[in-house]
Write a protein that binds this ligand. Structure first.
Ligand SMILES: NC(=O)c1ccc[n+]([C@@H]2O[C@H](COP(=O)([O-])OP(=O)(O)OC[C@H]3O[C@@H](n4cnc5c(N)ncnc54)[C@H](OP(=O)(O)O)[C@@H]3O)[C@@H](O)[C@H]2O)c1
Length: 331
C-alpha cells in the first residue's frame, strides 16, 4: 500500500484560501468504508466555487475538492463493493465537506458509489461526470414530463458549458431539434458539431421586453443558467411544456409570474444531482451508457489535464470561459 501521495488541497488562510499540490498519507483521508484509487475526476463550476473564498461551497478546510471521480476499489468493508470493482461517485458531500476526486486516492462511504456501467470506461465516465449526469437527469425528467422528438424545438441554455454541451449532444442524438443558446458567438461551429440545429445568442432568449407570456417557441428547455434567462424562457414555453433547471451561472434570483404555469400548464422541473436517490442515480448512469450516450463522447472532451494544472482550469470555468468538459487525470 502507498505511504504518501500528492493531492490538490484547498486551505483556509487569514485572508482567504490557497489551493495547490501537497503531500498526504492515507491516514489523512476521511473515514469511509471504501478506499478508491482515483483514476479520473473532472472540472465543474461547483469545483471552482469550492476553491474560491467567496464561493460558499466548501464546508470545511483543508479540503481536497473534486465533486466527482471514477476509479478502482482498493479495499472495501461495504458489502456492495470489493477490491478491483470499477466505480463512479458524484455529489453527496464529495469535494464539499468530504475529500473529493482531486487526489490519486480517496476514502468514502460505499453508499455514494455507483458501479461503472457495462461498456463505459473510467475516462468516459468523467468526460460525462457531474455535468453529464445532470444533463441526462434533465432529459430523463423532461421525457417523463412528455417531451418527444417530434414535439417541437428544445432550447439548451449555457450551451457551450459542461451541462449545456452534454445536453445538446444527448438530445440531438435522440432525434430532438435542439436550439443552443450561448454567449460565445465564436462557438457556432462547435455547437453545430455537437448536433445543434439552430444557434442563438443569450440576448435572443433574455434580452428585449419581458412579457408575462411571450411567443411559444420551445416544447421544453434544459437550463443550467437560471436567473433572468430562466425568467425569460419560461414565458416562451409551449402549452404543457417543461423546463429542467439545474444551475445559476446567470444568477440565482428568478423574477417571473404565475402565467406560464396557470395559462400554459408549464412545469418547472428542479434538477438535483447531489442527493439524487440511488435507484435513479444507477438508472441515469445506465442510460448514459446506452440510449443517452452522446454520439461521440470524445467530441465533448475539451482537455485532459494533470492535478497540477487545476488552477488555470478552475479559473477558466469560474470566468465563464470554459468550453465542453475538462477531465483531470489523477494518477
Ligand atoms: N443541480 C445540480 O445538481 C447541478 C449539477 C451540475 C451543475 N450545476 C450547476 O449548473 C451550472 C452549470 O454548470 P457547468 O458545470 O455546466 O458550468 P460551465 O461549464 O461553466 O457552464 C456554464 C455556462 O453558462 C453560461 N454562462 C456563464 N456565465 C453566464 C452568465 N453570466 N449569464 C448567462 N450564461 C452564462 C456559459 O455558456 P455560454 O457561453 O454557452 O452561454 C457557460 O459555459 C452551474 O451553476 C452549476 O453549479 C448544478
Amino acid at each position: 500500500m502507498v505511504s504518501s501521495f500528492n493531492a490538490f488541497l484547498v486551505r483556509q488562510e487569514e485572508n482567504g484560501v490557497t489551493a495547490g499540490m501537497t503531500t498526504l498519507a492515507l491516514d489523512d483521508l476521511p473515514a469511509g468504508d471504501v478506499l478508491v484509487e482515483v483514476h479520473y475526476s473532472s472540472v465543474n463550476y461547483k469545483d471552482a466555487l469550492a476553491c474560491s473564498p467567496d464561493g460558499r461551497v466548501a464546508r470545511r478546510y483543508p479540503l481536497i475538492p473534486g465533486i466527482d471521480l471514477a476509479g478502482v476499489v482498493l479495499s472495501s468493508a461495504n458489502p456492495r463493493f470489493r477490491e478491483g470493482d470499477e466505480v463512479i461517485a458524484t455529489g453527496y458531500e464529495l469535494g464539499v465537506s468530504h475529500a473529493g476526486g482531486y487526489s490519486p486516492y480517496t476514502r468514502l462511504p460505499g453508499d455514494w458509489l455507483v458501479p461503472l456501467p457495462d461498456g463505459m470506461t473510467l475516462k468516459e465516465a468523467m468526460i460525462y461526470g457531474t455535468a453529464g449526469f445532470t444533463a441526462a437527469l434533465s432529459v430523463h425528467r423532461m421525457e417523463q414530463c412528455g417531451i418527444r422528438p417530434d414535439g417541437g424545438k428544445l432550447l439548451v441554455t449555457g450551451a457551450t458549458g459542461g451541462v449545456g454541451s452534454m445536453a445538446v449532444s444527448m438530445l440531438s442524438r435522440r432525434g430532438y431539434e435542439v436550439t443552443a443558446s450561448t454567449g460565445k458567438a465564436a462557438e457556432r461551429d462547435y455547437l453545430t458539431m455537437l448536433g445543434a440545429r439552430e444557434i442563438i445568442s443569450r440576448d435572443e432568449v433574455s434580452g428585449g421586453e419581458r412579457k408575462a407570456l411571450g411567443k411559444a417557441r420551445w416544447q421544453g428547455a434544459v437550463d443550467p443558467v437560471g436567473g433572468g434567462t430562466l425568467a425569460a424562457l419560461l414565458s416562451q414555453i409551449s402549452y404543457g411544456g417543461c423546463v429542467a433547471v439545474s444551475g445559476l451561472t446567470g444568477g440565482s434570483a428568478v423574477e417571473t409570474t404565475v402565467f406560464p404555469f396557470i395559462l400554459r400548464g408549464v412545469s418547472l422541473l428542479g434538477i438535483d444531482s447531489v442527493y439524487c436517490p440511488k435507484d435513479v442515480r444507477e438508472e441515469i448512469w445506465r442510460r448514459l451508457a446506452t440510449d443517452l450516450r452522446p454520439r461521440d463522447p470524445a467530441l465533448l472532451l475539451e482537455r485532459e489535464i494533470a492535478l497540477e494544472e487545476l488552477p488555470d482550469a478552475l479559473a477558466a470555468i469560474r470566468g465563464g470561459q470554459a468550453r465542453g468538459r475538462t477531465v483531470v487525470k489523477c494518477r
